[in-house]
Design a protein around this ligand. Structure first.
Ligand code: DON
Length: 572
């Protein structure tokens, strides 16, 4: 059994709880927002209070995250949104694409070996940003308030300044060495050579000017003209290949959601180029077939079945990539016959070895067709949206005249055969680098509903997003947890390779851990680096928000229920 971290061991030995006991979710009416940063949640709630709908609020929240949560919120990255608006359910793919000059050898040296850090740090790691066009497209289709009003809270944060939160300060301390390598980034985020202190006011005038252009001109204010030229200049100076022409050519794609039902609930999640919805659908489908609901809640049986199910879902992920080029499809991997077969392979008493679990054996298509925010409004429209720069602060490089950081999403491709990416994922040929391709994601923005309730959920944390999202949903829809407890509970993770069952340090009691080892699981304890935010609307119109305490994020509602404990205007 491996337990990561000596300090953690000391805590455990002292019997200290690693997660505080759950407070109730913030409750009220008129809609709810859960996101990673208080100022961003406030931006979304302000839109709801002004009569905006869930899409207005989600876009305002995402833009505010681009200011006050710069390690993930972005204009220089991408994301996915799942929307249920009235009876319509649709997703928007605003994932980055590979620049036109990218090819299978972009991250390899002359001997075919991976070039250290090339896909993770610096200009060459940047894919073509999708966020500027994506957020605008969402608003154009569904928004109800004027575009400038939706951009306004982010503009004011950037222009007027905001206090540095503990979360942001800690993120800057953690990445200080890397950020210091990029003078344009250090000038903004390490003023005087160090992260700004907690509570100090940061103003971002260049980013404010970019947001003002965006408010006035829409995406063209960023993807063409001086901002796009500045991106090209900065990238070229850093040895990258992203150009202004790439930015101008970028288009988001509306796609049908992956749809499935499980445990009496309907679910809509993200299809390719994210693997998240497929992994979630396989997880719930196989667990339902295995009678998971009837196994004891705590103990080895359920943990074992989760591990065996995920081992297989992530083996299938190996076949996935941009659906415009090649790879398997959701319909193949969620087919009832395939889920039956996977469920039938699972031995309840013994762990399989990942070596022995092969991906789906069918014929994959050859080519041709093609920080998470959860919001619900008072009318029951719902948005689950995950945006990302990939690694913390993306590729580390800030475009000085534009004021925003660029992503390192190119690392989500299989950049070299057999090389695990930032999240330890070993990926297949379907996800090879190619000009204009979208890199495979694990993001899992998801909406789930039964006859009375609707939930929006999703998270950040790379490969651990679909497994965490699945567990929060299982806590809610199988075990009936209150929303906040469903988010708070310790979690498990398995991703086929490496062949180990990862666990939050407090996820398994000693007897359960011993039993799992007896069944053949290699256990690896560490605080799983994944955060989930969820909102829910109940049949009576009550709305709730639950942010992940690991973040710590913040949930709030449009009209707080002052009678409810834990809802003093929202922040927790
Ligand atoms: O698309 C993906 O799967 C990853 N680029 C997501 C990155 C992420 O969640 C960062 N958070 N830790």
């Amino acid at each position: 059994m491996t337990r990561a971290g000596g300090a953690l061991l000391a805590l455990l030995a002292a019997g200290a709880p690693l997660h505080a006991a759950s407070a109730p979710a913030v409750r009220g009416a008129g809609g709810a927002v859960a996101a990673a940063e208080a100022s961003a949640t406030r931006a979304g709630v302000a839109l709801l209070r002004a009569g905006g709908n869930a899409v207005d609020a989600a876009v305002a929240t995402a833009l505010a995250l681009a200011v006050s949560h710069p390690e993930a919120g972005n204009l220089g990255g991408g994301g996915f949104a799942v929307v249920r608006f009235g009876d319509e359910i649709v997703t928007l793919d605003f994932r980055e694409t590979a620049p036109a000059a990218a090819h299978a050898g972009t991250y390899l040296d002359a001997d075919g070996d991976p070039i250290a850090e090339a896909s993770t740090l610096g200009a060459l790691a940047a894919g073509v940003p999708g966020t500027p066009s994506g957020l605008y497209a969402l608003h154009q289709r569904f928004g109800s308030r004027p575009w400038a009003e939706v951009v306004d809270p982010a503009y004011h944060l950037a222009a007027g300044g905001f206090p540095v939160s503990r979360r942001l300060h800690d993120a800057l301390v953690e990445e200080q060495e890397v950020l210091a390598r990029f003078p344009t980034t250090a000038a903004v985020w390490l003023p005087g050579g160090a992260p700004p202190p907690i509570g100090s006011i940061v103003r971002l005038p260049e980013l404010a000017a970019t947001l003002a252009r965006y408010a006035g001109l829409g995406p063209a204010g960023i993807t063409s003209g001086p901002v796009a030229s500045a991106v090209e200049r900065t990238v070229a100076a850093g040895g990258g290949i992203l150009t202004a022409a790439d930015m101008a050519a970028y288009e988001p794609v509306w796609r049908p959601a992956v749809r499935f039902s499980a445990f009496g609930w309907e679910l809509a999640s993200m299809d390719l180029p994210s693997s998240g919805g497929i992994i979630l659908g396989q997880t719930l489908g196989v667990l339902e077939r295995l009678g998971w609901k009837d196994r004891p809640r705590f103990g080895a049986d359920r943990a074992h079945l989760l591990a065996e199910t995920w081992r297989r879902a992530f083996a299938d992920r190996y076949l996935l990539g941009d659906p415009a080029t090649t790879g398997a499809r959701a319909a193949d991997l969620l087919a009832a016959a395939w889920l039956d077969e996977r469920a039938g392979e699972i031995d309840r008493a013994h762990a399989s070895s990942s070596e022995a679990v092969a991906p789906w054996p069918g014929e994959a298509d050859e080519a041709d067709d093609t920080t998470h925010v959860s919001v619900v409004d008072g009318a029951g429209n719902v948005v689950a949206m995950t945006t990302t720069l990939n690694g913390s602060f993306g590729c580390g490089l800030l475009v000085p005249e534009a004021g925003f950081l660029l992503n390192n999403q190119m690392d989500d491709f299989a950049t070299a055969p057999g090389r695990p990416n930032l999240y330890g994922l070993v990926q297949g040929a379907a996800n090879a680098v190619g000009a204009g391709k979208r890199m495979l994601s694990s993001m899992t923005p998801t909406i789930a509903w039964n006859g009375s309730d609707v939930v929006a959920v999703g998270g950040r944390g790379g490969s651990r997003i679909p497994t965490a999202t699945a567990q929060v949903l299982l806590n809610l829809i199988v075990d009936g947890d209150p929303l906040q407890s469903a988010v708070d509970r310790p979690r498990l993770h398995h991703q086929w390779r490496p062949d180990r069952l990862e666990a939050d340090p407090d996820a398994l009691g000693p007897e359960t851990a011993a039993e799992l080892e007896r069944r053949g699981h290699a256990l690896y304890f560490w605080p799983l680096p994944v955060k989930v935010h969820a909102v829910r609307r109940l049949a009576d119109g009550t709305t709730e928000a639950a942010a992940d305490p690991r973040g710590p994020g913040v949930g709030d509602v449009a009209t707080p229920d002052v009678a409810a404990p834990g809802a003093p205007g929202g922040s927790k």
